[in-house]
Design a protein around this ligand. Structure first.
Ligand SMILES: [Zn+2]
Length: 374
């Protein structure tokens, strides 16, 4: 397959963004006539990149049209996620649906052992789907430099080469899980159509990203969005990053443990979920304090960045559900007066735990469109 004309790539991207789009709608979105759209669709169906559904009856004065979807033998991307306790890889078709997936758990073994397991599953999916697979996107639980090298403090992993999972993939890109979740929310979640979306994800740390008009603000080396290390926490608390007073240390399982006079938890995420599930005054008070610390920091970022929506993922969404009043009050108290009348909504991420995986797939599709244009 050679390079595709721009309007054919735009058609693929439009159907990817809105699977089930009709041919008539696509011709409007792309600003090409119905004849032009029919020609482009014909070529894409012929190259097994798109499929057309049955005829959709005419509406009003329009003509009958057809819905456009992924071709059943069409391109796939692999999207993989490594968390502090598990891994997963899905094969994702145009439009974002998973057609197959493999997953497993780990208990913090050396990175090489975990990635070797993931690599075997990637090889299984490649063997199953052959040259339909166009690339691999990976989400890691830490800073990912230059789209490749993972430092995961929580696992004690440094300079881990994520590309070792499939070194010669056609498209190969890795990024931080919270960053990818941010991209996913802006494409298929609670921040679709936002001019500037702020996503914050709390799990073993607090990360996130800013997405402006659908584009990630990644930073010079791809490490932007480490909001958990803004010094908005207690200066007496030392963070695993080496600094003191990091905001992330005020909103995680470690913060809950300190408030409850419990020892530092080995797994702060599991511990936080246990506290959130408790039904006693001490646990409720600790959750309220941590939710307020989250809300205060959100106010600081809203003042600085001017987002039109803030999405919370991971434990952030669970804190919002458990103590919405405390989180909201602390946020409002920290907002500049001119924002008080129209503060941006602070909502749970719609994609939940699927966010990083969905975002990893989106990054590969973005790169693949660029290749098709060459
Ligand atoms: Zn820190």
């Amino acid at each position: 397959m050679g390079a595709l004309p721009e309007r054919a790539v735009a058609m693929l991207a439009a159907v990817h963004a809105r699977p089930g789009l009709t041919r008539a709608e696509a011709s409007r979105v792309l600003g090409i006539g119905t004849g032009g759209a029919a020609e482009v669709v014909g070529r894409l169906v012929g190259e097994r990149l798109l499929a057309e559904g049955p005829v959709v009856p005419a509406v009003g004065r329009g003509r009958p049209t057809r819905r456009l979807t992924a071709h059943p033998e069409g391109p796939l991307v692999l999207a993989a996620v490594v968390t502090h306790e598990s891994w997963r890889v899905d094969a994702v078709e145009l439009g974002g649906a998973s057609v197959a997936g493999l997953s497993g758990r780990h208990s913090g073994e050396p990175a090489g052992a975990v990635l070797a397991e993931l690599r075997r599953s990637v090889e299984d999916l490649r063997a199953r789907f052959g040259d339909r697979v166009r690339g691999l996107g990976l989400a890691g639980p830490g800073i990912v430099l230059d789209e490749r090298w993972l430092d995961a403090t929580v696992l004690g992993w440094t300079d881990v080469d994520l590309w070792s999972v499939w070194p010669d993939a056609g498209v190969l890109v890795a990024d931080n899980d919270a960053t990818l979740a941010a991209l996913a929310e802006s494409r298929r979640g609670a921040a679709v159509d936002a001019r500037l979306a702020l996503h914050l994800r709390v799990d073993a740390g607090l990360g996130g990203a800013v997405v402006e008009a659908g584009r990630l603000l990644g930073g010079a080396r791809g490490a932007a969005g480490e909001f958990g290390h803004l010094p908005m926490g207690d200066p007496a608390v030392r963070c695993a990053c080496g600094a003191r007073g990091c905001w992330g240390t005020a909103v995680d399982g470690g913060a809950l443990a300190r408030l409850l006079d419990a020892p530092e938890p080995r797994d702060p995420v599991t511990y936080a979920r246990q506290v959130l599930a408790r039904d006693d005054d001490a646990a409720r008070a600790a959750v309220a304090t941590v939710a307020a610390a989250l809300g205060r920091g959100v106010a600081g970022l809203v003042n600085a960045l001017d987002p039109d929506v803030v999405t919370l993922g991971g434990l952030g969404a669970e804190l919002l559900a458990a103590a919405p009043g405390e989180l909201d009050a602390a946020c409002r108290a920290g907002l500049m007066r001119f924002r008080g009348g129209t503060p941006p909504p602070v909502v749970a991420a719609r994609l939940g735990e699927d966010g990083p995986l969905t975002g990893a797939a989106e990054r590969v599709w973005d790169r693949w469109w660029a290749r098709l244009r060459r």
